[in-house]
Design a protein around this ligand. Structure first.
Ligand SMILES: Nc1nc2c(ncn2[C@@H]2O[C@H](COP(=O)(O)OP(=O)(O)OP(=O)(O)O)[C@@H](O)[C@H]2O)c(=O)[nH]1
Length: 448
């Protein structure tokens, strides 16, 4: 989850509003102060915070809610709208109009650029585009191998030469190479050795002149907070075809500052990085982002994730239904956990369900790859009957399974505990949310 601590603080402010028996001026001011504090803690520029919260307060105190809408709901909507405006309002996707579309990626050392090139290449590949990646980083010889390691498992080709010293020449050759190969998108990973804007912009100019990219994308490290302003501004002034990806928004305490600072320069943010894995890249859509941040849920995001999954044929509709109804056995659980681990943490997915917000206990949903492997080994030592009816597994069976799988009684119990917890959790889950979600998937629902 991007900006988890900011989200929690904003969510708490809204909860205060939702729980109050009546809404008066004092409460509005208190909620606005909470929002102010949350944003400042996330390193959002104080002046920007004051402007924003002044607007929220004015509207909350002066506007009359339309018929059928409570004062509270109206204020929540105002907060949502103003935060959405604050973050740029509309999503601005990268347009792939020509074949090939050439994207030049630049970024200061350590910004997460190389990882982001790989993530974006994979993102487009998943959407049916053929992508070629050029490594023109002549400064860090490891960059070429890093890129190859990241994208080659997905069949994405990397062009580069760790011995070449001329970055512009490499970029040019790489583009020519992939043009002949007939790819749809060519991405160039540039050097990124620079510690500040000046060198970065000079390199960008040189490569841009040589290869004439359709778009230049600056990768900014979200952990630098509002300092992102200077980088984004210098970049925006240097190129009219520039857009931005802000990385490391997972767990960064200053991410709100970075996002709002970039928006304040007028440069469009197209994606955000939300983790280290190749799939941890999200198109930046202020509306969805804010609704998730406030804990209002994001059904659209959820649908897209599942759509992606079904495309990859890792997750079938009937499986989802079984799972969501709490009617699953150990085999199903394993398949789901595996699919979820490919898709991103289950927690991240469930957070998108309206009404669930932040209430998910970590131990229910956190299954590391290592644990999954262990589960698999244990399950290989179970009988078909045990897999389908785990409730028959008593202590002597546990001992046999542990022996057979070379694990311990504790390990087997852990697997069963995970299974029981999940079952319990899904049974107790907000039925209305499930119902709504299942309807969206065309699966009927619980008839509530
Ligand atoms: N948590 C988290 N880590 C990230 C994210 N994006 C990148 N990273 C990590 O940031 C570190 C630096 O990433 P690189 O891609 O090597 O970044 P770079 O230093 O800009 O690359 P070069 O310019 O080629 O040197 C790596 O450990 C990445 O895994 C993100 O969105 N979230």
């Amino acid at each position: 989850m991007a900006l988890e601590s900011l989200g929690k603080a904003l969510n708490n402010a809204l909860k205060k509003l939702a729980r109050a028996s009546s809404v008066d001026e004092a409460l509005v001011k208190e909620v606005v102060r909470d929002i102010q504090r949350a944003l400042i803690m996330s390193d959002v520029n104080v002046r920007l915070v004051l402007d924003l919260t002044k607007k929220i307060q004015k509207r909350a105190l002066e506007e009359k809610p339309p018929a059928g809408v409570s004062k509270k709901e109206h204020i929540i909507k105002i907060v949502y709208e103003e935060l959405t405006n604050f973050l740029g309002r509309e999503a601005k996707p990268i347009e792939i109009k020509e074949k090939p579309t050439v994207l030049l990626m630049v970024g200061i050392q350590g910004s997460g650029k190389t990882t982001t090139v790989a993530k974006l290449a994979r993102y487009f590949q998943k959407r049916g585009y053929k992508v070629g990646v050029v490594c023109s980083d002549t400064w860090r010889p490891g960059a070429y191998h890093q890129l190859k390691q990241l994208v080659e498992p997905y069949g994405i080709e990397v062009f580069g030469d760790p011995n070449e010293k001329d970055a512009v020449k490499l970029a040019k050759e790489g583009v020519e190479y992939f043009k002949h190969k007939g790819v749809d998108i060519i991405m160039i990973d540039s050097a990124g050795r620079h510690k500040e804007e000046k060198g970065l912009i000079e390199e960008m100019r040189q490569i841009s002149e040589a290869i004439k990219p359709h778009e230049v994308i600056l990768v900014i490290d979200g952990t630098i907070g509002q300092q992102a302003y200077n980088q984004a501004l210098a970049f925006k002034e240097a190129t009219p075809i520039g857009s931005i990806i802000v990385t490391k928004l997972d767990g960064s305490a200053k991410g709100g500052g970075a996002l709002s600072a970039v928006v304040a320069t007028g440069a469009p943010i197209k994606f955000i990085g939300v983790g280290e894995r190749i799939d941890d890249l999200e198109p930046f859509d202020p509306k969805r982002f804010v609704s998730r941040l406030l804990g209002l849920g994001d059904i659209q995001g959820l649908l897209e994730k599942f759509e992606e999954l079904s495309k990859a044929q890792e997750f079938k509709e009937e499986d989802l239904e079984k799972f969501m109804r709490g009617k699953f056995n150990l085999k199903d659980m394993y398949a789901q956990l595996e699919a979820m681990s490919k898709m991103g943490p289950l927690k991240q997915i469930l957070q998108m369900i309206p009404g669930l917000g932040y209430s998910l206990p970590d131990d229910v949903v956190r299954v590391s790859e290592q644990r999954l492997k262990k589960f698999k080994v244990i399950m290989d030592s179970m009988t078909e009957e045990e897999l389908e009816h785990p409730e028959i597994i008593n202590y002597s069976r546990i001992k046999r399974i542990a022996r057979g799988s070379g694990t311990t009684v504790k390990d087997v119990k852990e697997l069963l505990e995970q299974y029981n917890q999940m079952k319990k959790f899904f049974k107790s889950m907000n039925k209305r949310s499930l119902n709504r979600m299942m309807k969206r998937f065309g699966m009927g629902g619980f008839g509530i």
